[in-house]
Design a protein around this ligand. Structure first.
Ligand code: F6P
Length: 459
């Protein structure tokens, strides 16, 4: 049997006025990839999934005993709200996320003070609650697959509590290097690395695995025993995508998009509103393209499908404003009576995303750093126009797709504008060759491959 342990679960619950609970698909790449697979019974007859109750609907479902999904025993943890908030906002997102994506402005942040210490205590408590629940659900010798930076202390806790279990810990983000890990308080860095060293650790790309190994040796000492690392990139579920393409909602969204774009080229991006996604520099590069290559004016529409994310964090609220302002600046500067250069679309609507991915001429994926970036794979699989992928070399997916994509340097605006120009101007035969190759590369791995790699490496 297998137990999956992750912050977000495969579904979120909504209570309807009659008091019954409906399970809706969970948000985020992990839940949407692994959810359908495990809810079809892939974790075995006693398979279980431990996740946090995140919404009011989730908590109400837990309290009503209505947490029920097909194919897997789901346990949602109804954690103390303040403890969870400190662990998620301050440690997982405000500290570890920033550390691993190189987002700290070190002159000012981070500051490890009394409030942070309280949050670290919360992070420890949340990790203990997950480890206890996993230990409770896991039968003798079960495999436990622990996911992501929210739960980096769980492998160590489980190893102590349950030496019989086979464990793997999968990190979905990039991993900081040996210099950056020293930013963390020494005891926190030691606790995280000690815990991760207790289980085989998986990453989406080899460079994150190397960065983790170097960080762990820096913190724990050159000779410290580290369980092996493995590289197992996630891939989209082609059947789930194909089903969405045929949905009425997607067709309606595609017709709307046709109307909006007309015979202009469609430049697209699809992201959470997230500092590591580098959305603002994407608009600056587009602005430069329009400034320096005037023949593109009125000939391109840049649709940015951006979903709200982590809005309880001040950094994310501020970044959202910067994103909106950057888009507005481009429109103020270049719009004409019948052309809006940037269309910012923040509706949370996956069929619209699927329609846009099917329709783009160029897809911009320019993160500062990204563990993988699933959109970079979903795009080429869904696209029907031989669209060109402009991909940051610092996305994990670059390692798999780089040979057929156009490279984007996340900080070099001139270079990025040049890549957009090259993508939009690319001759049809080269577009077709690259698109065929990209589709093949992006479709090589499915969620099942990724899941089975973890099972194989668990020890
Ligand atoms: O990529 C890492 C990750 O934590 C995913 O597991 C998750 O889907 C995504 O970031 C979004 O994060 P959050 O769950 O905080 O919205």
């Amino acid at each position: 049997m297998t137990v999956v342990v992750s912050n977000r679960g495969p579904v979120r619950f909504e209570e309807d006025p009659g008091g019954t609970f409906r399970a809706r698909p969970g948000a985020g790449g992990l839940a949407s990839s692994l959810g359908p697979l495990l809810c079809s019974g892939a974790a075995g007859p006693d398979g279980a999934w431990v996740a946090a109750a995140l919404s009011d609907g989730d908590r109400a479902a837990v309290r009503a005993g209505a947490v029920d999904v097909p194919g897997i025993r789901l346990r949602l943890l109804d954690l103390d709200a303040q403890t969870y908030r400190l662990a998620y906002d301050v440690v997982s997102n405000g500290t570890l996320w920033f550390l691993h994506h190189g987002l700290f402005d070190l002159v000012r942040r981070p500051r490890f003070d009394r409030r942070w210490r309280e949050a670290w205590t919360g992070y420890e408590a949340v990790n203990r609650a997950f480890a206890d629940a996993a230990s409770d659900l896991a039968g003798d010798g079960a495999v436990v697959l622990v996911q992501d930076l929210h739960l980096a202390l769980v492998p160590g806790l489980l190893r102590e509590q349950r030496p019989d279990l086979r464990l793997a810990f999968f990190t979905h983000t990039s991993f900081c290097g040996p210099n950056s890990i020293r930013v963390l308080p020494t005891d926190a860095a030691t606790a995280l690395c000690t815990s991760m060293a207790a289980a085989p650790c998986g990453f989406h790309a080899a460079r994150w695995a190397r960065a983790y190994e170097a960080s762990a040796r820096e913190v724990l000492g050159a000779g410290a025993p580290l369980a092996p690392t493995f590289v197992a990139p996630l891939g989209p579920d082609p059947e789930a995508l194909a089903a969405l393409v045929d949905a009425d909602t997607t067709r309606a969204a595609a017709a709307e998009l046709d109307e909006l774009v007309g015979d202009r080229a469609l430049l697209l991006r699809v992201d959470r509103i997230e500092p590591s996604k580098n959305v603002v520099r994407g608009f600056l590069a587009y602005d430069l393209l329009l400034e320096e290559r005037p023949h593109w004016r009125e000939r391109v529409v840049f649709v940015a499908r951006l979903n709200a994310s982590r809005e309880s964090l001040a950094e994310y609220q501020a970044y959202r404003l910067e994103v909106e302002q950057a888009a507005a600046r481009v429109n103020d500067r270049w719009a004409t009576p019948d052309w809006r250069p940037v269309v910012l679309d923040t509706r949370d609507d996956f069929p619209r995303t699927v329609a846009a991915l099917g329709r783009y001429d160029a897809l911009l994926v320019n993160p500062i750093k990204d563990g993988l970036n699933l959109v970079a794979k979903e795009g080429p699989i869904l696209n029907r126009r031989d669209g060109v992928l402009c991909l940051s070399r610092d996305a994990g997916a670059w390692d798999e797709l780089g040979s057929a994509a156009l490279e984007v340097h996340p900080f070099d605006l001139e270079q990025a504008a040049g890549a957009l120009d090259a993508a939009l101007a690319m001759p049809a035969d080269e577009r077709a060759t690259r698109a065929t190759r990209l589709r093949e590369l992006a479709g090589r791995r499915t969620p099942r491959d990724w899941y089975e790699d973890q099972l194989r490496h668990a020890a």
